[in-house]
Design a protein around this ligand. Sequence first.
Ligand SMILES: *Cc1c(COP(=O)(O)O)cnc(C)c1O
Length: 495
Amino acid sequence: MYYVSTRDKLRKTPVAGAIAYGLAPDGGLYTPEAIPTLAGNALNTLKSMTYQQRAVYLMSMYLDSYSASELAGFCSRAYGPEKFDDARVAPVRTVDETTYALELWHGPTCAFKDLALQMLPYLLTAALQKEGERKTACILVATSGDTGKGALEGFKDVAGTRILVFYPKDGVSAIQELQMNTQEGANVGVCSVVGNFDDAQTGVKRIFSDPELREELAQRGFFLSSANSINWGRVLPQIVYYVSAYCDLMRDGVLEKGDKLNVCVPTGNFGNILAAYYAKQMGVPLGRLICASNQNNVLTDFIQTGTYDRNRPFYNTISPSMDILISSNLERLLHAFTCGDAPQVRDYMDRLSAEGRYQVSGEVKKKLDREFAAAFCDDAQAKRAIAKVWNEKHYLIDPHTAVAMDALEQYRAKTGDATPTLVVSTASPFKFGPAVMEALGVAEPIRGLESIRQLSDLTGVAAPAPLASLAGKQIRFSGTVEKDHMADKVREMLK
Ligand SMILES: *Cc1c(COP(=O)(O)O)cnc(C)c1O
């Protein structure tokens, strides 16, 4: 099975190359040449398996150069009890008769990024071996909060790797910042950037496309790689939980084989919802894919109008992991919807970088309409959703999940679609305590670390252990850099 660049069909690599190097040299994203499909009885077979077994089964379909026993080892370590506080790994919780929450925050950093970033280091280090790469992989990450911590936790002390994380100085929650700045491990580095997430992401992309810096680092025995969600090794483990959730609902008698299940995903970089799209392509009977955005609603407009336009104000919201105006993984959807028409995708992406906008063809728009729906909400609406779900269901959700709950309500009101829906719950509410407490009516919640205890006292819900234990951790990183000086910071951190 080959992976092709979204911008050049002839640029092919086996999966190890796609995972080892992250981004194609032409700036495109490596994407499977064809999406494999599940055999007719596969969902029934998967139904009785553990999460780890499901992951081996499904990932094998894409990782033809990895052996099943190799993958079994990766899955049992990545999703084992030392890492996840729930043996089901990604449990599905019933919210009401037609609404189910897929809880993706039972891992070490309490956000959904763990499902991919606990797996990626195994996939990546094996890929480097398969590729015969001798240099140390320097993994550069731009984060809107959760990816950074997830990647640090996944790659800490992994032999043959260094990991450097840049986050927007005023664009992450106090808990997220503390999680990163207290990171342990000998191969890690963390630095904040003056600016927003797009500044940090653009800075990292610029470093990747700086041939001089690459050459200098190569001389010193490093090459650059990415743990951002553009890496196929990030997207693939995310496909697993959509299939797994469907199987759980079949096993529990909620769905009969073939019944439709809608999915509603709080979206930023379009990685998570893209994985749902691939699960559907593989043959899981998913219905409408509902893309939920916060006030940075560039994707809502795109899905509704077919025009992607990043020329708009940027808002810092209470769901910071979705404060994004350039959703990188959308490029893979364009690849799929243009049937792999690389020149067309390249044209859209060139327009995006030159003018900040592009309009898709009627053909692509038609496919968007068929598969997706979209809605957005502001902070006040998200807070109302938190309060409503807590008051009516006694279920505590974080601001990102709340955006999805509100978007789903809007979608249902507008369309009358009563299909059972899986709402993807992407973070523990304890990562965003102050916003959650404001939603619950606390006038002046405590900021920072103490917010964890306060929220727990207020609701009687226990905080996840990795957050509760932050209190005893030492701050190791406090550097800040201007966005134009990120390359120098990389040089310095690799000293
Ligand atoms: C990263 C993140 C998102 C957005 O996911 P994408 O794959 O970037 O669309 C949503 N919620 C939380 C909590 C996240 O960490």
